[in-house]
Design a protein around this ligand. Structure first.
Ligand code: TXA
Ligand code: MG
Length: 350
């Protein structure tokens, strides 16, 4: 029922993408790669297509979708007002992992924006996504192409595991690149509010607009969830995940003790840590050690994170221990996803 096509992002098969665009234009669902994670797309003006996205993902109806475009000019088709900040951001970061929240035009179906007066817009940087959007010629709503609550898909195989048999077409173009979802930035207030950290970092925004113009989640004294989607337990593997902070040496010793205990108790655990945390003490029966790469390069951790969470599920571990990344650059986004997977808790190891 689901057609799966493999596309090489360096030598795009135009005919294959024409077929995918045709499926979208007649209201079908197509999963496609972006530079962040795979998306599950439907044309925004096709109500059945949009409803099917929510059904297939098991997504709560109050969680709005991001609208994907291939040309900056399309923003004026979607947004009622386009402030100068949006133009600056588009010039600097599009195509790229930035989603802008703007006041929406009437014509956008309420299902897309889940009844909100705003719309989320993004121009992705992946060549396959851009070509698909160009051939479709209409804005495409696309949440991440996973079952709601599961880790976002960063490989074609992740999409196939979650959605085969449930959507019309899946385009497999290999690993995505950035690995965490786009930065969601609210432009409807006096300041820029980061609702979800991602590949366009707070530091990058502050360098352009100044620190006083940028509000990041940790600074906002607000009990309500930022983006509607942020209130759900997200990015969650099947096993419970414990997020560990504290002195690096202390954390390493804690992992070694935990590995020894798991081994003697006959438990299976997953450890998601950095190359620097690896040691012979972790290479024991029952321990699945998975690396986010080097601590100094948060982009490596971002690229692998969701894949590692899925590997933990495949290994059937009872519990996952994840080392918190340094909260700089895209490390903030990795921290945010792990924090959600941990159910909003961190443990300081002393
Ligand atoms: O990188 C990405 O953004 C990927 C790729 C496929 O583009 N898409 C993605 O979509 O992550 P999704 O649906 O998994 O996450 C969209 C987030 C949710 O947290 C949602 O609540 C928020 O954006 N959002 C969408 N529209 C919004 C709006 N009008 N106001 C506030 N938040 C909004
Ligand atoms: Mg998602």
């Amino acid at each position: 029922k689901t057609e799966i096509i493999t596309v090489n992002p360096e030598a795009i098969d135009q005919a294959a993408l024409a077929r995918a665009a045709a499926v979208l234009r007649r209201g079908g669902l197509v999963a496609f790669p972006t530079e962040t994670v795979y998306g599950l797309g439907a044309v925004i003006y096709n109500r059945d297509g949009i409803k099917n996205i929510f059904t297939v993902k098991g997504r709560p109806g109050d969680n709005p979708l991001i609208v994907h475009i291939h040309q900056c000019e399309q923003v004026t088709e979607l947004a009622r007002e386009v402030p100068e900040t949006a133009r600056i951001l588009a010039r600097r970061f599009w195509p790229g992992p930035l989603t802008m929240i703007l006041p929406k035009k009437e014509e956008i179906p309420t299902e897309v924006s889940a009844g909100l007066p705003t719309v989320a817009i993004r121009l992705p940087a992946h060549p396959v996504a851009l070509e698909l959007l160009r051939q479709t010629g209409l804005p495409v709503a696309a949440p991440s192409a996973n079952i709601s609550g599961r880790p976002s898909p960063t490989r074609g195989s992740h999409v196939i595991a979650d959605l085969e048999g449930k959507v019309d077409l899946i385009i497999d173009a290999g690993p995505t690149g950035v690995g965490v979802e786009s930065t969601v930035l609210d432009l409807t207030g006096p300041k820029l509010r980061i609702l979800r950290p991602g590949g366009v970092t707070r530091e990058m925004l502050e360098a352009i607009f100044g620190p006083e113009m940028v509000e990041a989640p940790s600074q906002i004294n607000c009990r309500r969830p930022l983006a509607p989607g942020m209130k759900y337990r997200h990015y969650a593997p099947q096993a419970p995940l414990r997020l560990l902070t504290g002195d690096e040496d202390q954390v390493r010793r804690f992992l070694q003790r935990t590995a020894a205990q798991a081994q003697s108790a006959g438990k299976r655990i997953g450890i998601i840590a950095y190359d620097e945390d690896q040691s012979p003490a972790l290479a024991v029966a029952g321990v699945t050690y998975l690396s986010m790469g080097r601590r100094a390069n948060p982009a490596e951790g971002a690229e692998r994170l969701f894949h590692l969470l899925r590997l933990c599920d495949q290994a059937g571990v009872d519990e996952i221990y994840a080392v918190a990344p340094p909260r700089q650059g895209v490390g903030e986004a990795v921290f945010n996803r792990l924090y959600k997977a941990a159910g909003g808790k961190v443990e300081e190891i002393k």
